[in-house]
Design a protein around this ligand. Sequence first.
Ligand code: GRF
Length: 216
Amino acid sequence: MPEAMRTAILISGRGSNMETLLKASASPDYPVEMALVLSNNPEAKGLTTASQAGIKAVALDHRDYADRDSFESALTARLLEAGIEMICLAGFMRLLNPAFVTKWHNRLINIHPSLLPAYKGLDTYARAIDAGETYAGCSVHYVRPEMDAGPIILQAAVHILDGDTPEGLASRVLAEEHRIYPEALKMVALGKVDVRNEKVVGYDPDAAIAALENQG
Ligand code: GRF
């Protein structure tokens, strides 16, 4: 088995996706070593969860920096110092400058609670319900400078039910996030995800079908 990919997770809050990634990486056959958790929010609950799991957890408060560039330079310094090869955004609520995103090209992934490219941005659940959609879902994708854009690695769909509320839908989508994020990261770490012309090719059909079959 190739050496485990040294990975960092960037969070801003609760950190439930972070927790599932940490749990997955605790298994000896998972091809990822979680080396660092960084949060721009010192109050993030996820920082405590990560420390308790024995993972180095660092707060870098963006308000301590004059601008986005200097905050991101500090982030980069921490990431390089820890020998990080791959970054997972998991509820990281800061936009990243193109320079940062370009530096980590195809080594920076995110999870977003919609079936991208639909419903970029915030309030995805209420917007999908209000629009009368029958499906919502979540997407793991490579990050590009444009918000919530980039080649899609894995998605899972969830039915929108009669009388659904944003909260109810969010919790069912979150369960799918927790399932597909570790799976997508594993595919990346194993080198199964190839990006050509800004699309993921060599998609693992078994993983994709499993994602759809488990939609509940
Ligand atoms: C998730 O819904 C994720 O899709 C979005 O932010 C939320 C983070 O939740 N990007 P958590 O902090 O992982 O619990």
